[in-house]
Ligand binder design. Structure first.
Ligand code: SIN
Ligand code: FE2
Length: 217
């Protein structure tokens, strides 16, 4: 018997999982566009290379990052902030591609957030062994807009907590093509990424790329 046709079909099916009021996972939501997204990402990374930023406490982050959009998220000894210029190149961040804007808006709308207009996209690159500690996204000016988070490449265990650091954390497996949207009552919920396990993805090899769209300004 040949199961592969069924498997391929099943893995492209889009469905929604509610996490809590304000937060949903849109399974496979951007999968049909993933090759186009990756080609676009190559252009962005050529202009604004991935780099491992330093935390205000002086630690080098294991995750490599770059940005596109009017504003980019940066971290260094002076703190966390959004900046219109890439500190590595001295240039403006690459513009937010129309494809990215459209996908982010479609995902936000599917999650119940109409009229989302992101001005920033943080691009995280995770290799096996890297992680992102529990944190809140709170450097943005406007918490009325949600966060739209796109996963590509090898799987990750997304840690999703609550409004307080000590709240119980759920682990949600995110795979290639999944989108998580959190906003409204969940906008400031703690979240992070557990240590990435060794794996290889057909398009990306041994890496995971995450895009988070924000209204930062
Ligand atoms: C983030 O919180 O900035 C990224 C989350 C993820 O990589 O899924
Ligand atoms: Fe975050």
């Amino acid at each position: 018997m040949n199961f592969s046709l069924f498997d391929d079909h099943a893995s492209d099916t889009v469905w929604t999982e509610d996490l809590c009021p304000g937060a949903v996972v849109l399974r496979n939501f951007i999968k049909p566009k993933s090759e186009e997204i990756l080609a676009t990402l190559e252009r962005i990374a050529a202009a604004a290379p991935f780099r491992q930023m330093t935390t205000p406490g002086g630690y080098q982050m294991s995750v490599a990052m770059t940005c596109c959009g009017d504003l980019g998220w940066v971290s260094d000894r002076r703190g966390y902030r959004y900046d219109g210029y890439d500190p590595e190149t001295g240039l403006r961040w690459p513009a937010l591609p129309a494809l990215f804007l459209t996908l982010a808006q479609q995902a936000a709308a599917a999650a119940g957030y109409a009229d989302f207009i992101p001005d920033s996209c943080l691009i995280n690159r995770y290799l096996p062994g890297t992680k992102l500690s529990l944190h809140q996204d709170k450097d943005e000016c406007d918490y009325a807009a949600p966060i739209v988070s796109v996963s590509l490449g090898i799987p990750a265990s997304f840690l999703f907590g609550g409004p307080r650091r000590q709240d119980r954390v759920r682990r949600i497996l995110l795979t290639h093509g999944d989108v998580v949207v959190w906003g409204g009552p969940a906008r400031l919920y703690y979240h992070g990424i557990a240590v990435i396990k060794s794996d290889a993805h057909p398009l990306l090899g041994p890496q995971r790329i995450n895009l988070t769209f924000r209204k930062a300004g």
